[in-house]
Write a protein that binds this ligand. Structure first.
Ligand SMILES: [Zn+2]
Length: 129
């Protein structure tokens, strides 16, 4: 769905080992994904910051400022996407109730599975976060 680039553009030493979930190329890649999802969900994302965070994976302000934990760069793209979509959906639904879950299911049908793999990795998105 996201239109991978052809073989010609990959660096000679690059490429992910087969069978391993692809991770993010760099912070810019993650930032781009956040903007892409904001457009898709139809929310206004004013700023994206990526920095080390000790207590959570991300935070979203009502003013449209998204901060992502730089540790996400080491995790599979599917997991980072879940964190991004989770935070953006909070602009539509402030808590984790029914509305929140229906938005998550609409944008990421396998979001519960992604959430599980994030939690298994030692992280947790606190409620309200
Ligand atoms: Zn949340």
């Amino acid at each position: 769905m996201s239109g991978q680039v052809g073989a010609g553009l990959a660096p000679a030493h690059g490429g992910q080992p087969q069978g391993v979930a692809p991770t993010w190329l760099d912070a810019e890649d993650l930032r781009w994904a956040a903007r892409h999802w904001a457009t898709r969900i139809g929310v206004r994302l004013r700023e994206v910051h990526i920095r080390p965070m000790t207590t959570k994976w991300a935070s979203m302000s009502t003013a449209g400022r998204l901060t992502l934990n730089s540790d996400l760069l080491a995790l599979p793209r599917a997991t980072g996407e879940y964190v991004i979509v989770h935070e953006l959906v909070h602009l539509l639904a402030p808590n984790h109730g029914k509305v929140f879950k229906s938005f998550m299911a609409a944008y990421l049908p396998d979001w519960e599975e992604r959430e599980r793999s994030l939690n298994e990795g030692g992280g947790h998105i606190p409620s309200g976060g």
